[in-house]
Design a protein around this ligand. Structure first.
Ligand code: ADP
Ligand code: UDP
Length: 328
């Protein structure tokens, strides 16, 4: 019997020490230490103060002090023969944790099951603002100075397109008083970088909407756009799928010559040798993949841009008629 009792006691002590404190601090040594500290305290805290402190603990200190009180009462009860109270809380204290774990697991399973039962949420992709059966969009691409603007002017004259140059729209936004994108656009243009697509796509959509409302014209040449894959995908997803891409192919040396010439009168911040070099790099690295993408979808009409403006235009007309018919 004695052996069983001391075994139980050893087990409880093991549980207590492993959960709450260093193994060397047994209940009796702990209370002895506490007593010595109290007795030899240089600050001479009055017993009354000590009592007050221990009688009104904070919630956390209450939790910390409770075992100490128990330990003290174990040892003081029978001079070293520490007999824990029969109604020990040590066993009971595990129950709240078990209940919490059980409730938590049950709730989790409930949620998982409900989720499985729920129908999958289908998010429909947004439909474009304009239908391609109603509105015609031709993207006009080519390196800087390839002659996109020059050819667009002729197509507008002969085929009643509305010409929307992404670069012109960005420059207008940059100069608009109060624009929050002014500085961003200015920096991008000077560095030959691409302005974040949200800005350009919004400017284009607004311009298209305004044109359709005011002039009822629904044929658009979108010049110098898309210059990056994200722009291409976004525009076709939310604004309007393009009918085709008109691509003006021109060697860098020719484009550089044209841009430096244009720079003499254009007043553009990017028609200078430094910006031109950066624009060429952006074109090769970022914009050509867009042309390749549309080429893989067989949507590109490629025109050699090295001859005279009229020569290039004649070629443009011939090729467009082949794809779109005589009255495109
Ligand atoms: N086929 C061409 N031959 C010679 N110069 C051209 C030709 N097409 C355009 N240009 C000139 O080259 C410059 C760039 O043309 P532009 O149409 O503004 O190019 P982009 O719009 O592609 O930047 C302009 O000064 C323009 O007059
Ligand atoms: O979709 C576009 C079109 C233009 N740009 C910026 O505008 C500049 C000028 O473009 P634009 O088409 O006017 O000139 P290009 O380089 O074709 O002569 C580019 O270098 C870019 O910095 C841009 O960020 N996104």
């Amino acid at each position: 019997m004695a052996a069983t009792a001391s075994g139980r006691q050893a087990w409880r002590q093991l549980v207590r020490t492993s959960c709450r404190g260093p193994a060397t601090t047994t209940p009796s040594t702990y209370s002895r230490l506490a007593f010595r500290r109290l007795a030899s305290s240089t600050t001479q805290a009055s017993p009354r103060r000590a009592a007050t402190q221990s009688s009104s603990p904070s919630p956390s200190s209450f939790l910390r002090q409770q075992p100490l009180a128990q330990r003290s009462s174990y040892s003081s009860g029978s001079q070293g023969k520490s007999t824990p109270p029969r109604n020990s809380n040590n066993q009971v204290k595990f129950w709240p944790f078990l209940i919490i774990i059980a409730c938590g697991s049950g709730g989790y399973m409930l949620l998982v099951n409900r989720r499985i039962e729920m129908p999958p949420t289908t998010t429909k992709p947004p439909s474009p603002a304009f239908s391609p059966t109603d509105v015609t969009v031709l993207f006009v691409l080519g390196g800087p100075g390839a002659g996109k603007g020059t050819q667009c002017a002729r197509l507008v004259r002969d085929y009643h397109f509305t010409h929307l140059s992404a670069g012109d729209l960005l420059r207008a936004e940059q100069d608009r008083p109060g624009s929050q994108y002014g500085q961003l656009i200015r920096d991008c243009i000077k560095d030959g970088a691409i302005v974040p697509m949200e800005v350009t796509v919004a400017l284009l959509e607004n311009a298209m909407r305004e044109t359709i409302t005011t002039s009822k014209n629904k044929k658009f040449l979108i010049d110098g756009f898309p210059r990056k894959m994200d722009q291409a995908l976004k525009f076709e997803e939310v604004v309007c799928p393009a009918k085709l891409v008109l691509f003006y192919d021109c060697p860098e040396a020719e484009m550089e010559k044209r841009l430096l010439e244009r720079g003499k009168t254009s007043g553009r911040a990017d028609d200078n040798a430094d910006s031109i070099r950066k624009r060429f790099r952006t074109f090769v690295e970022t914009s050509m993949p867009v042309v390749d993408h549309y080429e893989s979808e067989d949507r590109v009409v490629k025109v050699d841009a090295t001859s005279t403006p009229d020569g290039v235009y004649a070629d443009t007309q011939t090729k467009l008629k082949k794809v779109l018919g005589d009255k495109f």
